[in-house]
Ligand binder design. Structure first.
Ligand SMILES: [Zn+2]
Length: 105
């Protein structure tokens, strides 16, 4: 069985020696890990940029016992129990930060 350990080496300017080039060495040992991490970062960035209300100031919204509210930014109605829509302070569809105020009957 044959195994081969790849190692980048560069020839020094004066031509007398080969030196190890570590400029290609990733923080991740494996390029697949690095690519996966970069893709995850880009996906996160895309989600961040997809929030048109990400820089809008927080708004107070009164919520009744049904736990539904209308987003003051995008006007979509959603439930506080919908984990795909409510991020515990942020409407996940548009990024609007919302302070929940209990509606008094
Ligand atoms: Zn919204």
């Amino acid at each position: 069985m044959f195994s081969f350990q790849a190692e980048h080496r560069v020839f020094t300017g004066d031509g007398t020696a080969w030196e190890k080039d570590s400029s290609h060495v990733s923080l991740f040992d494996c390029s697949k890990l690095a690519i996966g991490s970069a893709e995850a970062s880009l996906a996160w960035l895309a989600r961040e940029l997809a929030w048109p209300a990400r820089d809008a100031p927080a708004r107070r919204v009164a919520v009744g016992t049904d736990r539904y509210l209308r987003c003051p930014f995008c006007a979509r109605v959603f439930s506080l129990s919908d984990r795909n829509r409510w991020g515990g302070g942020t409407h996940l569809s548009c990024g609007q930060r919302i302070d929940i105020v209990e509606k008094t009957p």
